[in-house]
Design a protein. Structure first.
Length: 144
């Protein structure tokens, strides 16, 4: 039901980790995610530890879901000298193409403990349904 849009995203993520570069708005870093079906909905869980809730932006246009977030540096006093900084800062983004069988009008989002969880219901038109078979007795004939 979900499709990755950039096959080189993981390679970019690895290169950013090795070089220590941070994401920018024009070239954001990838964010780790899990996607799975749970009952009658798809669930997408994105890791965004240390990101403020108001720094997360979620958009859906047709069947393209875009999640952007920014992890800003913590405010430090003038007399603080950083000894080690391994946590990535900057802009993170993920785009997913959603199948037509998902109901993009009813997506819900929760953010708890650094994990953004999106729930996307399966559209009613995509759910299996029984079709009744009619017979001759079910049709009225008009004679004239």
């Amino acid at each position: 039901m979900l499709m990755r849009t950039d096959p080189f995203r993981e390679l970019d993520r690895l290169a950013q980790q090795l070089t220590g570069t941070t994401g920018t708005w024009s070239r954001p870093s990838a964010m780790p995610m899990d996607a799975y079906r749970e009952g009658e909905e798809y669930v997408i869980a994105l890791d965004l530890p240390g990101v403020a809730k108001d720094a997360i932006d979620i958009d859906v246009e047709r069947n393209m879901l875009t999640v952007r977030a920014e992890r800003r540096p913590a405010v430090k006093a003038d007399d603080v000298q950083m000894e080690l900084s391994e946590r990535p800062l900057g802009v993170f983004s993920r785009q997913l193409v959603l199948a037509d069988t998902l109901d993009t009008e009813r997506i819900t989002a929760d953010y708890e403990a650094g994990v953004l969880t999106l729930r996307i219901p399966i559209a009613e038109r995509a759910k299996p349904r029984k079709i009744a078979i009619g017979g001759q007795a079910d049709h009225q004939q008009i004679s004239g």
